[in-house]
Each structure stands twice: as structure tokens, then as C-alpha cells.
Design a binder for this molecule. Structure first.
Ligand code: ADP
Ligand code: MG
Length: 362
């Protein structure tokens, strides 16, 4: 038996369909043949940033960029004139703009329905921002793996001659008498040392790291960092403060690597405060996390640099390697649930914050 309009099973079907369209993650936008919006579901509101009230009954052009609008109108009129279903049933991807001006990638597939001689066009829209970001991340990790291989080969080739150059420079400086040559040899030895350090750090960034996890008290590590940094701070006229949580903060971590991260951050803070200041190492517990902050009252980080801090080789220092933060981030993120972020205010200072999940004590 065929279903008739008004019969209960057909009503049920349209209620189900309406519920499904309303609650799906895909944006549903239906326009009539005059380009006026007649359906704009919740997901479409979220994707485009317009509320239903703003859009319903309006021309679709309101939410499309001018290029899209023109193409879309052409496709609709081609369909109406020639029944040419150029886009119907196909999925296309393009860039468009949200209400707040943000550009984003989107995929859309079209369908058409005819009711009493009138056509209605529905676009099913998917926001591809996250998909694209994920694809980019995968591509980036592939590039990194290839780069890692290259770095391993190059550093291997460079390391031995470098050690030789440094060794000979130090040997010669013991026999050479005149001051000028002594000075030059010292520069050679210093620069070689810097390059050796760079090579070590490079390896850290590009070679897959093996962490050895154990139960560690973050506070104990911070106390060690405090003792290690005290002298350097004194020389630089920096007051070093240690404020650890009153109870031990046990996490699952690689103590050596974690110390390396804390030292990197303390070093950055120290280097930022050229004119002295206060450096505070602090730990506390929040919910199920140990939170460690390293705060300085140096010059802060200019807005224009903030996106690039964790990019390998980004440095604003004459003799910086630009690898400290990228290595540190990698180490922390290799701890399941760990995060590392920097928060900075120009003219006020910088806070480096690390979060690590606390071990649940038996
Ligand atoms: P490097 O210290 O070798 O420059 P990093 O990766 O450790 O490399 O840091 C990258 C850059 O981030 C630094 O050159 C500096 O511009 C900025 N930066 C990091 N920490 C701070 C801080 N505490 N205050 C100001 N700038 C900072
Ligand atoms: Mg650094």
C-alpha cells in the first residue's frame, strides 16, 4: 500500500527526519528556487555563526562569500532552466567565511526535492577545519620523520670532525704563547662547544625519544632545580624563589627529562631578565593535576612572536638555538596527559605552565 499525505506513517517519517536533521552534526540548509533560506538547522548555526532568526526567509547570499554566492546562483538557475544537475549529488570543497570573519574549509553536497512543481535545494555542509588540521598534523609528522633521518645523518657526519677541531684547539692553546693567537683559539673552542650543544639538542628534537617512567615527586625535582640554578641567578642579580605544595606531588614521569624541561624554562626566564628581577618556581595541585609554574618578571614576549615559540629554531637571541621550548614541549607531551604552555604579558613577564596528571595513590 502506498503512503498518502496525512497518513500516520508518513507523519511519523517526517517527524523522524526533522529530528534527525535537527540533531545531526552536519549543517542542513535548504533554499527555495528564489534562493531564500527555509531550513537552517542547529549545526548550520554553529558552523556559520548566524542564528536561525537572522537567516530564515533571507537570501542565501547573506552567509556566502561573494564568489560562492555567484557560483551558487548560477548553478541553481542552470538547474531550473535546463534541469542540469551539475552539482546535485556531488560533494565539493571550498573556503568560506563565518559571521565573525574567520575563513574555514567546508565540504558541501547538494540534493534537490520537488514539491508541487517547485524545487527546493538542500546543501549538507560539513566543517572541515578539524579534518584539515588533522591531515596537516599527519603530513607534518611525516615531514618531521624524514627530517629526523636527515638530521641524524648530518649530525653523525659533523660530530667527529667537530670533536677533533675542539680537541686540537685546546691542545694548541696550551703551547701557543702570544695573546692574539690564544684569543683566537679560545673562540674556536667556544664555538665548537656551542655547535656540539646544538647537535645534541637537534638530536633531541628529531630523534624519537624513549622515556623511562617512574613514580616521581615533582617537588623533589623542583628542589634540585632550585639548588642548580641558585648560583646563576645570584650572578645575574635575580631573586630565585621556590614555593612548592606542602604535600608531595607524585606523577608518572621521566625524572631526568622533566628536570631538563624545568631547567630549560628557568634558563629562558633567567635569560629574559637581563636587568635582574624575580624568578619564582611554584607547584600546586589542581583537581587531578600537578601544576608547575615558572614565572619571571622580564620583558615578556611580543604578540608577534607568540605563535612561533614552539617552532624549532625560533629564537630572538644572538646565540640561541631556538630548540629549548620545542624540546620541552615534546617531552611534556610524551607524558600522557601532560601539557606545557606559555603565557606572557609584554612589559610584565612570562609564566611557563606545566600540567602533569597526579598518580592516584593506592
Ligand atoms: P632559545 O632560548 O635558544 O632562544 P627557546 O626555544 O628556549 O630557544 O626559546 C625561544 C624564544 O622564546 C626565545 O628566543 C625568546 O624569544 C622566547 N622566550 C622563551 N621564554 C621566554 C621568557 N621567559 N621571556 C621572554 N621570552 C621568552
Ligand atoms: Mg631557551
Amino acid at each position: 500500500m502506498r503512503k498518502k499525505r496525512g497518513d500516520p506513517s508518513s507523519d511519523r517519517e517526517s517527524i523522524i527526519l526533522r529530528g534527525a536533521t535537527e540533531n545531526t552534526n552536519e549543517g542542513f540548509i535548504t533554499i527555495d528556487q528564489h534562493h531564500q533560506v527555509i531550513i537552517f538547522n542547529k549545526a548550520a548555526e554553529k558552523i556559520f555563526g548566524y542564528s536561525r532568526e537572522e537567516v530564515l526567509g533571507k537570501d542565501l547570499g547573506l552567509i556566502l562569500s561573494p564568489e560562492c554566492e555567484q557560483g551558487h546562483k548560477q548553478a541553481v538557475s542552470r538547474f531550473l532552466d535546463f534541469r542540469e544537475p551539475k552539482l546535485i549529488g556531488h560533494q565539493t570543497e571550498f573556503l568560506t567565511t563565518r559571521k565573525n570573519g574567520e575563513r574555514f574549509p567546508l565540504s558541501i553536497s547538494f540534493s534537490v526535492s520537488e514539491i508541487e512543481g517547485k524545487f527546493y535545494f538542500t546543501g549538507i555542509v560539513r566543517d572541515l577545519t578539524e579534518t584539515k588540521a588533522l591531515q596537516e598534523k599527519i603530513a607534518q609528522s611525516e615531514r618531521l620523520a624524514a627530517l629526523g633521518q636527515l638530521v641524524a645523518e648530518i649530525t653523525h657526519e659533523i660530530k667527529n670532525p667537530l670533536i677533533m677541531i675542539g680537541g686540537f684547539a685546546r691542545q694548541l692553546s696550551r703551547t701557543v704563547q702570544d695573546e692574539k693567537s690564544q684569543g683566537k683559539l679560545k673562540i674556536i673552542a667556544d664555538e665548537v662547544q656551542r655547535l656540539e650543544k646544538l647537535i645534541l639538542e637537534l638530536k633531541e628534537v628529531y630523534r624519537p625519544q624513549k622515556l623511562t617512567f617512574e613514580r616521581v615527586n615533582v617537588n623533589t625535582l623542583l628542589e634540585e632545580i632550585y639548588s642548580l640554578s641558585k648560583e646563576d641567578c645570584k650572578t645575574a642579580q635575580i631573586t630565585l624563589q621556590l614555593e612548592t605544595h606542602q604535600n608531595p606531588l607524585f606523577v608518572e614521569g621521566d625524572p631526568g627529562k622533566l628536570k631538563q624541561v624545568f631547567l630549560n624554562l628557568v634558563k629562558n626566564a633567567l635569560e629574559a631578565m637581563e636587568k635582574g628581577g624575580t624568578l619564582t618556581i611554584h607547584s600546586k595541585r589542581t583537581d587531578n593535576q600537578a601544576e608547575i609554574t615558572i614565572t619571571d618578571n622580564g620583558p615578556g614576549i611580543p604578540l608577534k612572536d607568540r605563535d612561533r615559540l614552539f617552532t624549532p629554531f625560533f629564537t630572538t637571541k644572538r646565540r640561541g638555538t631556538g630548540l629549548g621550548l620545542s624540546v620541552s614541549k615534546k617531552i611534556i607531551e610524551d607524558h600522557p596527559g601532560g601539557t606545557l604552555g606559555l603565557d606572557s604579558q609584554e612589559g610584565k613577564g612570562t609564566i611557563a605552565k606545566i600540567s602533569l596528571p597526579l598518580l592516584r595513590e593506592a
